[in-house]
Design a protein around this ligand. Structure first.
Ligand code: FES
Length: 187
């Protein structure tokens, strides 16, 4: 039995070389035009979505934050959690935990030591029995004033600015680069 003929194709003339190249050109041109239209729609949308990130939303570096009353701090280090408003890409949190600090009275002045370990960023605890700070991650030990006693930390605990006003204490929160000998602010 013979194959049925496609009447439509049978009646069409075979494409010439010029017709084929014209068709290829039209296909390529429509692909370029389509990509251009897509970019015109997508690029502004992507910029809109990324806008809060580009503006650095959420950074609280260098902010002076309330830490409590002066009377609550003495020669034994006291841990204080710092809170601030935090705004991320699309959300606003009125009281978000920003970090924590050890506050200790030395003579008459208050000293604030970041609880973030300068080695690799674990949280530093105070060992009241030993009278020193200890980081459990890789066993860095610091004196009650934050100096390195032993361990891999290349620098002392990071001191933060303290301000007292009318019996209230404020601390300027800042993070620093890990695993370097000098304090290098980040964020
Ligand atoms: S992170 Fe503290 S000793 Fe390594």
């Amino acid at each position: 039995m013979s194959e049925p003929k496609d009447e439509r194709n049978a009646s069409r003339p075979a494409p010439t070389g010029a017709a084929e190249s014209r068709r290829d050109f039209l296909l390529a041109a429509s692909a370029v035009a389509g990509a251009g239209v897509g970019a015109m729609v997508l690029l502004p949308a992507a910029a809109l979505v990324a806008d809060p990130v580009r503006r650095g939303a959420g950074s609280t570096a260098g902010t002076l934050l309330p830490a409590g009353k002066r009377a609550q701090f003495g020669p034994v280090p006291t841990k204080v959690e710092l809170f601030d408003e935090r705004v991320d890409a699309w959300n606003r949190f009125p009281r978000a935990k920003i970090g924590s600090v050890w506050v200790v009275a030395q003579d008459v002045a208050l000293v604030a030591l970041s609880s973030v370990c300068p080695h690799l960023g674990c949280s530093i605890d105070y060992d009241a029995a030993a009278g020193c700070f200890a980081c459990p991650c890789h066993k860095s030990f610091f004196s009650a004033t934050g100096e390195v006693i032993e361990g891999p930390s290349l620098r002392a605990m990071d001191r933060l600015e303290v301000q007292e006003d009318g019996g209230l204490v404020q601390i300027r929160w800042q993070r620093f680069k890990h695993a370097v000998a000098e304090k290098e602010p980040i964020g």
